[in-house]
Design a protein around this ligand. Sequence first.
Ligand code: NDP
Length: 253
Amino acid sequence: MSDLFSVKDKVVHVSGGSRGIGRAIAEAFAAAGARVVVSAREEESLRATGLAYEVCDVTDAAAVERCAASIEQRFGRIDVLFNVAGINFRHAAETFPPDRLQAILDVNVKGNYMMASACGRRMVAQGHGKVVNIASLHTLQSLAGVSAYGMSKGAIGSMTRALAVEWAAHNVQVNAIAPGFIVTDLNRKLWDDPKMRGWVEARTPSHRLGRPSDLIGISIFLASSASDFVTGQVIAADGGFTSGSTWPLEVPR
Ligand code: NDP
């Protein structure tokens, strides 16, 4: 029982681990005794984490392969992959710029798929592994003005189930976390707007925005042997946002 949630000595790769959600996951796993490698495009922010790192743009197939091979060479195996790299751009669907659409699909869908494939191949060969994809509340429902991102996060749900089914017999579990609204560099400006903040606080049953640290518990669960019979699941960590709303109805108590 005491080892059920242990990630000690596990080799954990956090792709998109230099900032925000990925960095919080990477730091928590390092504190829990895991051997953590973060990757992203910008070397300076990777170095600032103080963790082992690889420079890797997930849209570059050769770079993804080099990254996975280098981690395997340096650490002997890859036990866990967190697929966190992601970008967003909000625009009306009827005039969505094609280059932005391509960029979102390249990073969020193709890039994460290629990283899962490169790390998953090694997990299949070693006979164990955990892939944890970062989906979104957009995987489960939609918000106006975010169609391309929403579509890409829908694909993360499909990818999670497809890889889970394909790799289950090899003892590789693939799951996804669907975070709600988590304040990071990706969206800090948006949540500084009192109108937006008021909306999210009223609409979310927990009545608050999320923090990257809100995702640590579910991350540990999905990376540890506690989740060995859980695969292909998209688990929301969103303060109840996708479960429903509270409303100003007075009920007898
Ligand atoms: P940040 O912008 O803070 O961090 C994004 C990370 O991804 C950085 O490390 C960035 O580093 C990396 N990245 C971006 N593009 C690439 C690329 N082409 N190749 C490799 N790495 C890349 O975002 P968040 O922490 O907020 O978001 C992380 C993930 O969580 C995303 O997938 C996002 O969609 C998802 N998410 C976020 C929510 C939120 O409310 N914040 C809610 C739901 C989901 P660099 O730029 O140096 O490459």
